[in-house]
Design a protein around this ligand. Structure first.
Ligand code: HEM
Length: 411
């Protein structure tokens, strides 16, 4: 095992190569995450083990002795300093998760499907109009970016006027190029905006999750004002950029594998879900997830590792391509029998609450897009596409497309 930490590239210029290097250093290996050393877990078996181990906590206030020195000195501090279910442990975590959980149950997700379909249809019409007007279409900016944003705003009862104001600060949460000062400012902006939003919703309650959370705060529950605002930060940021990434990656995979696209389009009801799962496996849109802490020393003698005061980071993208679990892991294969064994939504107590919603958004958007534009093409040399510059987000920063290529228009 290498002792020198692998320095993770804040611009993620070669994610696949970096993940390969990480896996070669062992199931659990030291990394440098923007100046902070951590144990990155890239082997699916070890990930599952540690994510379900009671000695592993996400609460830095209770279990990270260096928290005070780290907070506000590390560019990703917001990820660990928020006070919501994401950074809670044990019974505190269960109590906070119970407040938000019902909003994402199967019934509520099913009820969101017509809403998702409606937003998708409007965005597709808008994109076609743009192309017909001779303007370039970017599947990320014009489609993938807008759909999850509108869905989450619907769920949270946020009026349209607030949407673009929130998109910038939420996007910056995932931007690992920002300086410390910029990140601090962004954390303040996000908190101020969502505090204003809570005030607005107290005056204008509705049938939405924000109103439910305010009732929990103002009623019997133990939710503090900070936890309320921080829970909103979590739901808006967790539900948005991650899903943008999945939708971009899913379209990209099908656009670059036309024969598989044909197979999927013959049986979309059965196979589009499989294409989404395979995309999540191969290109986890949350590549690394900071941070976890050992509540007591954890010995892994078979690999010569003792986890003690150095925190843990889950390496979900590297795990999705682990050759011990997946054959030919770099290949995109919609018929892969075990694609859904991926851990890209996490595992254990903190497993993603919005997974069914995210999968529904991806399935509906991909089915509708390819039904409307079966001949769509990437409008630039695919090798020229560039990644989102982030250690955490794993996606493309733009995906220019031609919806109806010239040859088709002429036909
Ligand atoms: C493709 C899209 C998504 C991906 C890849 C994703 C990924 C994840 C992952 C990996 C975690 C676990 C973090 C950990 O290791 O502790 C997580 C947690 C979470 N996700 Fe998602 N997520 C997605 C979409 C969503 C959506 C749409 C929502 C809600 C609207 C959402 C809400 C949450 C929440 C609330 C948690 C915290 C759960 C807890 O700590 O108990 N996510 N997500």
């Amino acid at each position: 095992m290498s002792i020198t930490p692998l320095v993770l590239d804040p611009k993620a210029r070669d994610r696949v190569g970096e993940d390969r290097e990480l896996r070669s250093r062992g199931p659990v290996a030291r990394v440098d995450l923007l100046g902070l050393e951590a144990w990155a877990v890239s082997h699916p078996d070890y990930l599952k083990r540690l994510l379900t181990d009671d000695r592993v906590s996400k609460d830095p206030r209770r279990h990270y002795p260096a928290f005070e020195q780290t907070v506000e000195r590390w560019p990703l501090w917001l990820w660990i300093a928020v006070e919501n279910m994401f950074t809670a442990y044990g019974s505190d975590h269960r109590a906070l998760r119970r407040l938000v959980g019902p909003a994402f149950n199967h019934r509520r997700t099913q009820a969101m499907r017509p809403v998702i379909q409606g937003i998708t249809d409007r965005l597709l019409t808008r994109m076609l109009a743009k192309e017909r007007a001779g303007e370039p279409v970017d599947l990320r900016a014009d489609f993938a970016h807008r759909l999850p944003m509108q869905v989450i705003h619907h769920l949270m009862g946020m009026p349209d006027a607030w949407q673009e104001r929130l998109a910038g600060p939420v996007g910056k949460v995932f931007d690992t190029r920002l300086s410390m000062t910029e990140q601090l400012q962004n954390g303040d902006d996000l908190t101020a905006l969502l505090t204003d939003f809570v005030t607005h919703k107290r005056q204008h309650p509705g049938d939405d999750l924000t109103t439910d959370l305010i009732r929990a705060r103002d009623g019997e529950s133990r939710l503090s004002e900070k936890q309320l605002v921080d829970t909103l930060i979590l739901v808006f940021s967790a539900g948005y950029e991650t899903t943008v990434g999945l939708i971009v990656n899913g379209h990209h995979n099908l656009l670059t594998h036309p024969r598989q696209l044909q197979t999927v389009l013959r049986h979309p009801e059965e196979l589009m879900g499989a294409a989404v799962q395979e995309t999540l496996r191969r290109d986890a849109s949350v590549a690394f997830l900071p941070l976890r802490y050992a509540t007591e020393p954890i010995d892994l003698p078979e690999i010569g590792v003792r986890i003690e005061d150095v925190p843990i980071v889950a390496a979900y993208a590297a795990a999705g391509r682990h050759p011990n679990l997946f054959d030919h892991p770099d290949a995109f294969d919609v018929l892969r029998p075990n694609a859904s064994a991926h851990l890209s939504f996490g595992h254990g107590a903190h497993m993603c609450l919005g997974a069914p919603l995210a999968r529904a958004e991806a399935e509906i958007s991909m089915t509708s897009f390819f039904r409307a534009f079966p001949d769509a093409e990437i409008a630039v040399d695919p090798d020229m596409l560039t990644p989102v510059e982030s250690i955490i987000s794993n996606s493309l920063d733009a995906l220019p497309v031609t919806l109806v290529p010239e040859k088709r228009r002429a036909a």
